[in-house]
Design a protein around this ligand. Structure first.
Ligand SMILES: Cc1cc2nc3c(=O)[nH]c(=O)nc-3n(C[C@H](O)[C@H](O)[C@H](O)COP(=O)(O)OP(=O)(O)OC[C@H]3O[C@@H](n4cnc5c(N)ncnc54)[C@H](O)[C@@H]3O)c2cc1C
Length: 329
């Protein structure tokens, strides 16, 4: 049995029956009958039970950069650390990823939920993703369009996409750089600021706002921000005039789940070793005494309370892994 407490940032104690390391040069084929889970940095994964199957731990390093007239084209292997890549590119004068600084985890996991922060998403820069079918070994390349990126969503979350191991991600970063300063505290920066300054601001904001998984076990935002119909939002505004809402291009409204959870009084609440963070209630954390069952109980209670009060269905952003695979809340 392999101890998983150090292999996922939530830090719950759990074990796996089998664990293999996978680099792009290793010819790994998975038996369809064997329960398995691809694990990289473990910052969007919570093991809520012992895992009776094989964990495929993603490794593999390497970054290459080429140029076209308009773009820097960067290919990074799946096991590269995302934040290190952002910093290394900025140090080379290749700008664009600065708003996505300090997101924990690996390059290979970045397209799975289309990582995003401070007004930018991976999908804006992703040119293609090289993958391998873990059952047949077939290798192919998916274009950005084929990745079907959405808000914290992609083709890789669909049943067909779950056959695929990400080998590497290719990004196209335009040589003509434009800052994205429309989000939160970044609006305070000067329009003439550099990408490096944005990166530093993002690091400062994130460090002040989000609990450091090295110090307190967590997996970032536990729930996705829900998207609701405009008339539903208008009705809720009558009761909650301060409710923020971000209009989407299809007319629907994205609502911060943190606002809803805060309104129900869960901010700062702790029970059975699981807490709802006092400065960012979207983050659930492990005091060190938590268990998978206690986390599921708290998360389900919050989800149900939000539905009862606001008629809004919350969905978990983190992947919850139980005895034989993914668990639904
Ligand atoms: C403090 C904190 C802050 C965070 N902030 C943000 C944020 O601002 N924005 C954001 O989008 N996310 C955020 N996250 C979530 C997390 O950082 C991202 O989802 C990240 O991409 C996860 O990377 P990982 O390597 O740790 O993935 P893991 O948790 O190991 O895996 C995540 C998913 O990707 C799959 N996977 C991983 N590697 C591969 C591969 N090579 N091929 C196929 N599938 C693969 C796994 O099976 C799993 O389904 C945050 C997390 C924490 C702890």
């Amino acid at each position: 049995m392999f101890d998983l407490s150090q292999l996922h940032t939530f830090g719950l104690s759990a074990k796996a029956r089998n664990l293999v390391h996978w680099r792009d040069d290793s010819r790994l084929l998975i038996d369809r009958d064997e329960p398995h889970y691809i694990l990289a940095g473990g910052s969007n994964t919570v093991f809520v039970d012992d895992f009776d199957g094989t964990l495929i731990c993603v490794e593999g390093q390497g970054v290459s950069v080429t140029e076209t007239d308009t773009d820097y084209v960067v290919t990074a292997q799946a096991g590269e650390n995302w934040h290190d890549l952002v910093c290394a590119l900025l140090a080379k004068g290749i700008d664009g990823l600065e708003n996505l600084a300090l997101i924990p985890g690996t390059v290979g996991a970045a397209p799975i939920q289309n990582i995003g922060a401070y007004g930018r998403e991976l999908s804006e820069f992703c040119q293609s993703v090289d993958v391998r079918d873990k059952f047949t070994g077939e290798e192919l390349q998916l274009t950005r369009r084929e990745c079907q990126f959405g808000y914290r969503d992609s083709f890789f979350k669909r049943p067909e996409g779950q056959n695929l191991l990400v080998r590497s991600v290719t990004l196209a970063l335009p040589k003509t750089w434009r800052p994205e300063l429309s989000y939160g505290a970044l609006t305070d920066l000067s329009k003439d600021c550099t990408a490096q300054q944005i990166c530093e601001a993002v690091i400062n904001i994130r460090s002040a706002k989000l609990p450091d998984p090295e110090k307190i076990g967590n997996a970032g935002s536990f729930f996705k921000n829900p998207v609701i119909e405009a008339d539903h939002y208008d009705k809720l505004l009558a009761d909650f005039p301060a409710m923020p809402g971000h209009p989407l291009s299809d007319g629907r409204i994205k609502v911060p789940a943190a606002f809803l959870i805060d309104k129900l009084g869960y901010k700062g609440y702790e029970r059975e070793g699981i807490g709802c963070h006092a400065s960012q209630p979207l983050v659930l954390f492990n005091t060190g005494e938590g268990s998978g069952q206690a986390l599921l109980n708290m998360a389900r209670e919050i989800r149900d309370a939000v539905y009862k009060r606001f008629a809004i269905q919350l969905h978990n952003e983190v992947r919850l892994v139980g005895r034989t695979g993914l668990v639904e809340l």
